[in-house]
Write a protein that binds this ligand. Structure first.
Ligand code: BDR
Ligand code: CA
Length: 325
């Protein structure tokens, strides 16, 4: 069955890979794409999304512009240009797409689609959670109307990338991330964090395949991914993560997530060393096993499915298929 999805993205290199998968996988019906600031400015990110949509032959998919800055207060982070390039596509963006974003804002579009199709849509977020943080605040029914939320962000069991403990998508806008965490979602959302996305890597052999330009996806993605590989591989060299692709695959091929217990989750919005960090209460199952106790987490936590294990072989075979294997 085709799964209708809305993708919220900040227009970077791994976003482009994830979008290409989503736009061409018959298992998914991309109803719309909303764009948020993050890897680059929102205008730049929008231009990149339109480039991907056009190159993938999917100009029928509406693209809407969202937030250009975080909800305050937010850490002042170093721009991600050293990973995604000045243009967000590894300084290889190429000509602009002939298409434009729709007039409707990302906030209005998200709220309207959820209202029109209650209980149907999966929302996959690949960037800072500003757009979602605004919509859950302004439209109290929104979270209940979304069938499932999948978030690439946070880091359940290891440190961060944008900050010592903070993963970029959460650290860019901790207030929006925490609003998203505690919104009244119909079912526990899925967190695909840095600790699992760093295990799902592309090896040199996947890059060799990509360089053969066997199809349009490989031809478009090769140069951006080669740039991204330089710094994107910092924690995993010689292999390279592709965080956002894993999140889209979690929606397209749900069994790729092998282990995702429901655990209490919160975001540190405090302004100190752990600012922008996801905190998972791993104590909960131990307490439950011990005496059936439901000893509650401190205020501000909400139940999420936290991905702790993914099928790395399946991830790589999907990436290889995308690159024309
Ligand atoms: C996330 O941060 C961004 O740089 C990537 O596109 C990805 O969404 C990884 O931490
Ligand atoms: Ca991203």
């Amino acid at each position: 069955m085709t799964r209708p999805v809305v993708i919220d993205t900040d227009g970077g290199v791994d976003d482009a890979v994830a979008l290409w998968w989503a736009l061409t996988d018959p298992a998914l019906d991309v109803v719309a794409i909303t764009v948020v600031w993050g890897n680059v400015a929102v205008e730049n990110a929008t231009a990149n999304v339109l480039r991907v949509v056009h190159a993938a032959g999917r100009d029928d998919v509406p693209v809407a512009i969202g937030a250009s800055r975080p909800l305050p207060p937010a850490p002042d982070l170093r721009p991600a240009t050293f990973i995604h390039g000045d243009d967000g596509l590894g300084n290889a963006a190429g000509p602009e797409a002939p298409t434009r974003a729709v007039e409707e804002t990302a906030f209005s579009l998200l709220a309207r689609l959820a209202r029109e199709r209650p209980g149907e849509l999966t929302l996959v977020t690949l960037g800072p959670l500003t757009n979602v943080g605004v919509v859950v605040e302004d439209h109290s029914e929104f979270a209940r109307e979304i069938d499932e939320l999948v978030v690439m962000g946070g880091s359940a069991r290891r440190a961060g990338n944008a900050l010592p403990a903070g993963e970029a998508n959460v650290a860019h806008d901790p207030v929006a991330a925490q609003r998203t965490v505690v919104a009244p979602w119909a079912k526990p959302p899925l967190l695909v964090g840095l600790d699992v996305s760093l295990t799902a890597t592309l090896r040199p052999s996947e890059f060799a395949l990509l360089a053969e330009h066997r199809n349009a996806a490989a031809t478009f993605l090769d140069a951006p991914l080669r740039f991204y590989r330089e710094f994107g591989s910092t924690f995993t060299a010689p292999d390279t993560p592709c965080h956002d692709l894993l999140a889209v695959l979690a929606a397209a091929v749900p069994e790729i997530v092998e282990n995702a217990p429901v655990l209490p989750l919160a975001v540190d919005c405090g302004g100190d060393a752990a600012w922008g960090t996801t905190v998972v209460d791993f104590r909960a199952p131990y307490f439950a096993a011990l005496d059936g106790s439901t000893q509650s987490s401190p205020e501000g936590f909400a139940p999420w499915r936290v991905a702790l294990g993914v099928d790395v072989a399946r991830f790589r075979s999907c990436a290889r298929a995308l690159f024309g294997d």
